[in-house]
Design a protein around this ligand. Structure first.
Ligand SMILES: Cc1cc2nc3c(=O)[nH]c(=O)nc-3n(C[C@H](O)[C@H](O)[C@H](O)COP(=O)(O)OP(=O)(O)OC[C@H]3O[C@@H](n4cnc5c(N)ncnc54)[C@H](O)[C@@H]3O)c2cc1C
Length: 403
């Protein structure tokens, strides 16, 4: 009976296991994960769970009994320490060796860490796991003065949560604006204004260089009062295992559009995979919930020998204060020509479109508007030029813009 091993017991890994069973695979499935708890979803960790609105039970991908019911050998606290491709086996931190016929790497990503005087102190916190979220939640309850490093998604969502606990917050960001690398200056300004309207102080163009009890020292020499220092400066793919095993790695494990690595028996999905995207015509590594949710099942189909091109439009969501948004598509910082707004930006009820020089829609973001996502994705997929004036006109149906 074949054995399929999944390294990384989180959203991508658990969803892959689910698909294997749904598709009728009756071999052995071994799901190996470093963390001491069963697979869970991370978005609530910077939102409802951090705010104390969501129960722990609501973050898990499957109920506890699901794994036994589906004959999935879930081993928690078991880190994969090596891949022996010649022997088709992985070794684990509990000194076992597990043979595989097919192996999925869904090891995700880890927060990038700061290293400077004081950065190892207990008041310096990161956010990736349920334990991290619980630690932050407990700390916020005393309404400490918080400094956040990084005005990216994690930094800003954590900032919103900290403000809701009444913490004074200063955000340090070396870039000239919020979400600069993710969205560019136009939308970055919208998010910076949102946070400022909730009393957040931004220091753009500055980074932290030292943490002392009670303060963060910035690269500009400023002393910013801080009882707590939260670091949200991005994440790096956990691709060391793959690299050590001689797989092709470049900012993640390289795969084709079927999520197959350079070894025909090894696959990769979720945050760790840098996959060829047929729509975009290039490799992309996407650190988003939906990519783990859908990439795990896509990889499972390839493991079963039923490969389907994984060409979903990248999708991301965020909630901050009373702003909810969905972003679809893919744009790099210098990779667009203009942003077109449709709706009321001041009231934060609008759709923004990123266009290339030929007026093709590369990406769209709907902010506090909830019935347009499918149309936005159709526009992105069409790759045909659109009339920017009509795009900006809420009276012109989006569906009519695709010829
Ligand atoms: C706080 C937070 C909030 C987020 N909010 C959003 C959001 O609002 N919207 C959105 O779209 N995305 C969001 N994301 C991103 C989203 O959660 C990730 O894209 C998603 O978790 C990726 O899932 P994954 O299964 O690929 O990897 P991960 O979730 O990183 O899981 C990988 C697992 O593999 C384990 N592992 C690593 N190495 C090994 C090894 N050698 N052996 C065994 N196990 C190993 C890790 O411990 C981990 O448990 C958020 C992320 C965080 C951290």
């Amino acid at each position: 009976m074949p054995t399929f091993v999944i390294a990384g017991a989180s959203l991508a890994g658990a969803k892959a296991a689910e698909t294997l069973r749904d598709e009728g695979f009756d071999g052995q499935i071994v799901l190996l994960g470093t963390e001491p708890e069963r697979p869970y979803e991370r978005p609530p960790l910077s939102k409802g769970y951090l705010l104390g609105n969501d129960e722990l039970d609501s973050v898990y991908v499957h109920p506890e009994e699901w794994y036994a019911e589906h004959d999935i050998d879930l081993r928690m606290g078991a880190t994969v320490t090596g891949i022996d491709r010649a022997a088709s086996a992985v070794t684990t931190s509990d000194d076992s060796t597990v043979h595989y016929d097919k192996l999925l790497l869904s090891t995700g990503a880890s927060p990038r860490r700061l290293s400077f005087p004081g950065s190892d102190r207990d008041e310096v916190l990161y956010l990736r796991t349920t334990t991290d979220s619980e630690r932050l939640r407990a700390a916020f309850q005393a309404a400490p003065r918080v400094v956040v490093a990084g005005a990216g998604w994690i930094g800003l969502e954590t900032t919103a949560a900290a403000r809701s606990y009444g913490c004074p917050v200063t955000v340090l960001e070396p870039q000239p604006g919020a979400l600069h690398d993710q969205l560019g200056p136009e939308l970055g300004a919208v998010f910076a204004d949102l946070h400022r309207s909730h009393g957040v102080d931004f220091r753009f163009g500055e980074r932290a260089v030292e943490f002392r009890p009670g303060m963060v020292i910035t690269s500009a020499g400023a002393e910013v009062p801080a009882d707590l220092f939260v670091v949200g400066i991005g994440a790096a793919p956990n691709d060391q295992l793959a690299a050590a095993a001689g797989l092709e790695v470049d900012n993640g494990v390289l795969t084709d559009e079927y999520l197959r690595t350079s070894d025909e028996n090894i696959f990769a999905a979720g945050d760790v995979a840098n996959s060829f995207h047929p729509l975009l015509g290039r490799q992309v590594r996407v650190e988003h919930w939906a990519n783990a949710l859908n990439g795990g099942p896509a990889a499972a189909r390839s493991m079963l020998g039923q490969p389907v091109s994984y060409d979903r439009v990248p999708y991301f969501f965020s909630d901050q204060y009373d702003l909810g948004m969905e972003y679809s598509g893919y744009v790099e910082p210098e990779g667009y020509h203009e942003v077109v707004f449709r709706g009321d930006v001041d009231r934060r009820e609008f759709v923004a479109f990123w266009l290339d020089g030929d007026s093709r829609v590369l990406a769209g973001m709907n902010v506090n508007i909830w019935d347009v996502l499918d149309d936005v994705k159709v526009l992105i997929r069409s790759r045909t030029p659109v009339d920017a004036d009509k795009l900006a006109d809420p009276a012109a149906p989006l569906a009519d813009l695709v010829s």
